[in-house]
Design a binder for this molecule. Structure first.
Ligand code: HEC
Ligand code: HEC
Length: 240
Protein backbone atom coordinates (compact mmCIF):
# COMPACT_ATOMS: atom_id res chain seq x y z
CA UNK A 1 0.00 0.00 0.00
CA UNK A 2 2.91 2.26 0.77
CA UNK A 3 4.15 1.66 -2.75
CA UNK A 4 0.82 2.69 -4.13
CA UNK A 5 0.96 6.02 -2.36
CA UNK A 6 4.52 6.48 -3.57
CA UNK A 7 3.46 5.82 -7.11
CA UNK A 8 1.01 8.67 -7.09
CA UNK A 9 3.87 10.99 -6.21
CA UNK A 10 5.87 9.82 -9.19
CA UNK A 11 3.62 11.17 -11.86
CA UNK A 12 5.43 14.48 -11.92
CA UNK A 13 8.71 12.85 -12.72
CA UNK A 14 9.92 12.95 -16.28
CA UNK A 15 10.12 9.21 -16.65
CA UNK A 16 7.17 8.68 -14.37
CA UNK A 17 5.21 6.66 -16.86
CA UNK A 18 8.07 4.28 -17.52
CA UNK A 19 8.42 3.73 -13.80
CA UNK A 20 4.70 3.26 -13.34
CA UNK A 21 4.63 0.51 -15.89
CA UNK A 22 7.59 -1.18 -14.23
CA UNK A 23 5.83 -1.00 -10.88
CA UNK A 24 2.72 -2.41 -12.51
CA UNK A 25 4.77 -5.32 -13.81
CA UNK A 26 6.26 -5.92 -10.41
CA UNK A 27 2.81 -5.89 -8.89
CA UNK A 28 1.32 -8.30 -11.39
CA UNK A 29 4.24 -10.67 -11.60
CA UNK A 30 5.29 -10.44 -7.97
CA UNK A 31 4.91 -14.17 -7.53
CA UNK A 32 6.91 -14.95 -10.64
CA UNK A 33 9.70 -12.67 -9.48
CA UNK A 34 9.70 -14.25 -6.06
CA UNK A 35 10.02 -17.67 -7.73
CA UNK A 36 12.90 -16.48 -9.93
CA UNK A 37 14.70 -15.07 -6.95
CA UNK A 38 14.32 -18.31 -5.02
CA UNK A 39 17.90 -19.57 -5.51
CA UNK A 40 19.23 -16.42 -3.89
CA UNK A 41 16.91 -16.63 -0.91
CA UNK A 42 18.58 -19.51 0.97
CA UNK A 43 21.89 -17.63 0.85
CA UNK A 44 20.24 -14.65 2.47
CA UNK A 45 18.57 -16.84 5.05
CA UNK A 46 21.78 -18.72 5.77
CA UNK A 47 23.15 -15.51 7.23
CA UNK A 48 20.73 -14.61 9.98
CA UNK A 49 21.31 -11.30 11.67
CA UNK A 50 23.63 -12.50 14.39
CA UNK A 51 23.21 -10.40 17.49
CA UNK A 52 25.94 -7.83 17.81
CA UNK A 53 28.13 -8.15 14.72
CA UNK A 54 26.58 -8.88 11.33
CA UNK A 55 28.52 -9.46 8.17
CA UNK A 56 28.12 -6.90 5.40
CA UNK A 57 27.37 -8.79 2.19
CA UNK A 58 27.54 -6.93 -1.13
CA UNK A 59 26.18 -9.96 -3.02
CA UNK A 60 23.01 -9.93 -0.94
CA UNK A 61 23.00 -6.16 -1.45
CA UNK A 62 23.13 -6.56 -5.22
CA UNK A 63 20.15 -8.91 -5.21
CA UNK A 64 18.08 -6.51 -3.15
CA UNK A 65 19.21 -3.53 -5.26
CA UNK A 66 18.29 -5.26 -8.51
CA UNK A 67 15.18 -7.25 -7.54
CA UNK A 68 13.80 -5.57 -4.46
CA UNK A 69 11.84 -7.83 -2.13
CA UNK A 70 8.09 -7.73 -2.81
CA UNK A 71 7.39 -9.75 0.35
CA UNK A 72 8.79 -6.90 2.46
CA UNK A 73 7.72 -4.02 0.26
CA UNK A 74 11.28 -3.23 -0.86
CA UNK A 75 11.18 -1.69 -4.34
CA UNK A 76 14.06 -2.53 -6.70
CA UNK A 77 16.45 0.43 -6.56
CA UNK A 78 17.53 -0.33 -10.13
CA UNK A 79 14.15 0.96 -11.33
CA UNK A 80 15.31 4.53 -10.79
CA UNK A 81 19.02 4.39 -9.99
CA UNK A 82 19.88 2.19 -12.96
CA UNK A 83 22.10 -0.85 -13.51
CA UNK A 84 25.12 -0.79 -11.14
CA UNK A 85 23.97 2.56 -9.76
CA UNK A 86 24.31 4.40 -13.07
CA UNK A 87 21.01 6.18 -13.46
CA UNK A 88 19.75 7.40 -16.81
CA UNK A 89 18.49 10.88 -15.92
CA UNK A 90 19.35 13.70 -13.55
CA UNK A 91 16.18 13.36 -11.47
CA UNK A 92 17.69 10.21 -10.00
CA UNK A 93 21.21 10.44 -8.62
CA UNK A 94 23.98 8.12 -9.71
CA UNK A 95 25.01 5.94 -6.78
CA UNK A 96 27.89 3.93 -8.26
CA UNK A 97 31.27 4.08 -6.49
CA UNK A 98 29.86 6.22 -3.70
CA UNK A 99 31.48 5.67 -0.28
CA UNK A 100 29.50 3.01 1.55
CA UNK A 101 29.37 4.88 4.86
CA UNK A 102 27.94 7.96 3.13
CA UNK A 103 25.29 5.96 1.28
CA UNK A 104 24.24 4.13 4.45
CA UNK A 105 24.05 7.40 6.34
CA UNK A 106 21.77 8.94 3.69
CA UNK A 107 19.47 5.91 3.70
CA UNK A 108 19.20 6.15 7.46
CA UNK A 109 18.45 9.87 7.22
CA UNK A 110 15.68 9.19 4.72
CA UNK A 111 14.22 6.47 6.92
CA UNK A 112 14.27 8.72 9.96
CA UNK A 113 12.86 11.59 7.94
CA UNK A 114 15.89 13.77 8.69
CA UNK A 115 16.52 14.06 4.96
CA UNK A 116 13.07 14.83 3.66
CA UNK A 117 12.29 13.44 0.24
CA UNK A 118 8.89 11.89 -0.29
CA UNK A 119 10.09 9.19 -2.68
CA UNK A 120 13.19 8.09 -0.80
CA UNK A 121 11.54 8.24 2.62
CA UNK A 122 9.13 5.62 1.29
CA UNK A 123 11.90 3.53 -0.24
CA UNK A 124 14.11 3.57 2.85
CA UNK A 125 11.26 2.80 5.25
CA UNK A 126 11.31 -0.85 4.18
CA UNK A 127 15.07 -1.27 4.64
CA UNK A 128 16.79 -2.63 7.74
CA UNK A 129 20.23 -1.35 8.80
CA UNK A 130 21.66 -4.58 7.42
CA UNK A 131 19.96 -4.00 4.03
CA UNK A 132 21.38 -0.48 3.91
CA UNK A 133 24.89 -1.69 4.61
CA UNK A 134 24.66 -4.52 2.08
CA UNK A 135 23.36 -2.28 -0.70
CA UNK A 136 25.89 0.46 0.10
CA UNK A 137 28.76 -2.06 0.00
CA UNK A 138 27.56 -3.31 -3.38
CA UNK A 139 27.31 0.21 -4.82
CA UNK A 140 30.75 1.21 -3.50
CA UNK A 141 32.26 -1.61 -5.57
CA UNK A 142 30.83 -0.33 -8.86
CA UNK A 143 32.74 1.77 -11.37
CA UNK A 144 32.34 5.53 -11.02
CA UNK A 145 30.02 6.95 -13.63
CA UNK A 146 31.51 9.38 -16.13
CA UNK A 147 29.67 12.52 -17.13
CA UNK A 148 30.33 15.68 -19.08
CA UNK A 149 29.97 19.37 -18.42
CA UNK A 150 27.34 20.73 -20.80
CA UNK A 151 27.74 24.48 -20.62
CA UNK A 152 30.92 25.88 -22.20
CA UNK A 153 30.17 29.41 -20.98
CA UNK A 154 30.21 28.51 -17.29
CA UNK A 155 32.96 25.88 -17.09
CA UNK A 156 35.61 28.41 -16.10
CA UNK A 157 33.44 29.83 -13.30
CA UNK A 158 32.53 26.33 -12.13
CA UNK A 159 36.14 25.24 -12.11
CA UNK A 160 37.34 28.28 -10.21
CA UNK A 161 34.66 27.82 -7.53
CA UNK A 162 35.39 24.11 -7.26
CA UNK A 163 39.16 24.53 -7.03
CA UNK A 164 39.51 27.85 -5.25
CA UNK A 165 36.14 28.80 -3.76
CA UNK A 166 35.03 32.45 -3.82
CA UNK A 167 37.35 34.34 -1.50
CA UNK A 168 35.31 37.56 -1.52
CA UNK A 169 32.25 35.71 -0.18
CA UNK A 170 34.06 33.34 2.15
CA UNK A 171 33.14 30.28 0.07
CA UNK A 172 35.76 27.55 0.60
CA UNK A 173 37.10 25.44 -2.26
CA UNK A 174 34.85 22.44 -2.83
CA UNK A 175 38.04 20.47 -3.59
CA UNK A 176 39.17 20.90 0.02
CA UNK A 177 36.56 18.39 1.18
CA UNK A 178 35.40 16.67 -1.99
CA UNK A 179 39.00 16.25 -3.28
CA UNK A 180 40.46 17.79 -6.45
CA UNK A 181 39.07 15.07 -8.74
CA UNK A 182 35.65 14.93 -7.07
CA UNK A 183 36.18 11.49 -5.55
CA UNK A 184 35.44 12.80 -2.07
CA UNK A 185 37.12 11.56 1.08
CA UNK A 186 35.64 8.55 2.86
CA UNK A 187 33.67 8.45 4.97
CA UNK A 188 32.67 12.12 5.55
CA UNK A 189 32.79 13.71 2.12
CA UNK A 190 30.82 12.19 -0.72
CA UNK A 191 31.98 11.54 -4.26
CA UNK A 192 30.59 14.27 -6.54
CA UNK A 193 32.49 13.72 -9.79
CA UNK A 194 30.40 12.48 -12.71
CA UNK A 195 27.11 13.14 -10.92
CA UNK A 196 24.20 14.56 -12.91
CA UNK A 197 24.35 18.37 -12.81
CA UNK A 198 20.58 18.59 -12.27
CA UNK A 199 20.81 16.46 -9.15
CA UNK A 200 23.85 18.29 -7.71
CA UNK A 201 22.16 21.60 -8.38
CA UNK A 202 18.96 20.49 -6.68
CA UNK A 203 20.92 19.40 -3.59
CA UNK A 204 22.77 22.73 -3.41
CA UNK A 205 19.37 24.47 -3.49
CA UNK A 206 18.08 22.21 -0.70
CA UNK A 207 21.15 22.93 1.39
CA UNK A 208 20.67 26.67 0.82
CA UNK A 209 16.98 26.49 1.74
CA UNK A 210 17.84 24.31 4.73
CA UNK A 211 15.45 21.53 3.67
CA UNK A 212 18.50 19.25 3.56
CA UNK A 213 20.49 19.66 6.72
CA UNK A 214 24.25 19.54 7.02
CA UNK A 215 26.00 22.29 8.90
CA UNK A 216 28.95 22.52 6.51
CA UNK A 217 26.94 22.46 3.31
CA UNK A 218 24.17 24.73 4.67
CA UNK A 219 26.77 27.40 5.44
CA UNK A 220 28.49 27.06 2.07
CA UNK A 221 25.34 26.93 -0.08
CA UNK A 222 23.89 29.97 1.69
CA UNK A 223 26.62 32.03 0.05
CA UNK A 224 26.14 30.74 -3.50
CA UNK A 225 23.94 32.43 -6.12
CA UNK A 226 21.78 30.42 -8.50
CA UNK A 227 24.26 31.04 -11.32
CA UNK A 228 27.21 29.90 -9.19
CA UNK A 229 25.41 26.71 -8.15
CA UNK A 230 24.54 25.90 -11.74
CA UNK A 231 28.11 26.54 -12.89
CA UNK A 232 29.76 24.41 -10.23
CA UNK A 233 27.19 21.60 -10.57
CA UNK A 234 27.80 21.48 -14.32
CA UNK A 235 31.57 21.50 -13.82
CA UNK A 236 31.37 18.63 -11.32
CA UNK A 237 29.41 16.49 -13.80
CA UNK A 238 32.55 16.30 -15.93
CA UNK A 239 34.97 15.82 -13.08
CA UNK A 240 36.77 12.51 -12.63
C1 HEC B 1 11.05 5.81 -7.75
C2 HEC B 1 12.43 6.16 -7.93
C3 HEC B 1 13.41 5.69 -6.87
C4 HEC B 1 13.60 4.41 -6.37
C5 HEC B 1 12.84 3.14 -6.75
C6 HEC B 1 14.68 4.51 -5.44
N1 HEC B 1 15.15 5.78 -5.39
FE1 HEC B 1 16.77 6.46 -4.32
N2 HEC B 1 16.45 8.36 -4.95
C7 HEC B 1 15.41 8.76 -5.75
C8 HEC B 1 15.38 10.21 -5.83
C9 HEC B 1 14.39 11.07 -6.60
C10 HEC B 1 16.47 10.68 -5.04
C11 HEC B 1 16.89 12.13 -4.77
C12 HEC B 1 16.32 12.55 -3.41
C13 HEC B 1 16.63 13.97 -3.03
O1 HEC B 1 16.53 14.85 -3.90
O2 HEC B 1 16.95 14.20 -1.87
C14 HEC B 1 17.11 9.49 -4.51
C15 HEC B 1 18.23 9.52 -3.68
C16 HEC B 1 18.86 8.39 -3.18
C17 HEC B 1 20.08 8.41 -2.39
C18 HEC B 1 20.89 9.64 -1.99
C19 HEC B 1 22.04 9.82 -2.96
C20 HEC B 1 23.04 10.86 -2.55
O3 HEC B 1 24.00 11.06 -3.33
O4 HEC B 1 22.92 11.48 -1.50
C21 HEC B 1 20.36 7.11 -2.09
C22 HEC B 1 21.55 6.61 -1.28
C23 HEC B 1 19.33 6.29 -2.67
N3 HEC B 1 18.44 7.09 -3.33
C24 HEC B 1 19.28 4.90 -2.56
C25 HEC B 1 18.20 4.12 -3.00
C26 HEC B 1 18.07 2.70 -2.70
C27 HEC B 1 19.05 1.89 -1.90
C28 HEC B 1 16.89 2.29 -3.30
C29 HEC B 1 16.27 0.91 -3.26
C30 HEC B 1 15.96 0.36 -1.96
C31 HEC B 1 16.33 3.44 -3.97
N4 HEC B 1 17.14 4.53 -3.74
C32 HEC B 1 15.16 3.42 -4.71
C33 HEC B 1 14.53 7.92 -6.42
C34 HEC B 1 14.40 6.55 -6.22
C1 HEC C 1 34.06 21.65 4.80
C2 HEC C 1 33.85 20.52 3.93
C3 HEC C 1 33.02 20.75 2.66
C4 HEC C 1 33.25 21.70 1.69
C5 HEC C 1 34.34 22.76 1.63
C6 HEC C 1 32.26 21.45 0.66
N1 HEC C 1 31.46 20.40 1.01
FE1 HEC C 1 29.94 19.63 -0.08
N2 HEC C 1 29.55 18.25 1.37
C7 HEC C 1 30.23 18.17 2.56
C8 HEC C 1 29.62 17.14 3.38
C9 HEC C 1 30.03 16.72 4.78
C10 HEC C 1 28.57 16.58 2.61
C11 HEC C 1 27.61 15.44 3.01
C12 HEC C 1 26.39 16.05 3.64
C13 HEC C 1 25.46 15.01 4.20
O1 HEC C 1 25.92 14.07 4.83
O2 HEC C 1 24.25 15.16 3.98
C14 HEC C 1 28.55 17.31 1.35
C15 HEC C 1 27.63 17.08 0.35
C16 HEC C 1 27.58 17.79 -0.84
C17 HEC C 1 26.65 17.54 -1.91
C18 HEC C 1 25.57 16.48 -1.93
C19 HEC C 1 26.08 15.22 -2.59
C20 HEC C 1 25.04 14.17 -2.82
O3 HEC C 1 25.42 13.12 -3.36
O4 HEC C 1 23.87 14.36 -2.47
C21 HEC C 1 26.93 18.44 -2.90
C22 HEC C 1 26.23 18.57 -4.23
C23 HEC C 1 28.04 19.24 -2.45
N3 HEC C 1 28.43 18.83 -1.20
C24 HEC C 1 28.62 20.27 -3.20
C25 HEC C 1 29.65 21.08 -2.74
C26 HEC C 1 30.15 22.21 -3.47
C27 HEC C 1 29.66 22.67 -4.83
C28 HEC C 1 31.13 22.78 -2.71
C29 HEC C 1 31.94 24.03 -2.99
C30 HEC C 1 31.22 25.24 -3.25
C31 HEC C 1 31.24 21.97 -1.49
N4 HEC C 1 30.33 20.95 -1.56
C32 HEC C 1 32.14 22.21 -0.47
C33 HEC C 1 31.32 18.92 2.95
C34 HEC C 1 31.89 19.95 2.24
Amino acid sequence: MRQTSQISKLTSLRAGFAVLSIFALIGVSGLAIAADAAPAAPAAEAKPAAPGKTKVDPVVGETLYSNGDPTRGVVACITCHGPKGQSAIGTWPKLSAQHAAYTSRQLKSFKEGVRANAIMMGMAAALTDQDMQNISAYLAQQQPSQGMAQNKETIELGQSIYRGGIAAKGVPACAACHSPNGAGIPAQYPLLGGQWADYSNSQLMSFREGTRKNIQMNTIAAKLSDAEMKAVADYMAGLH
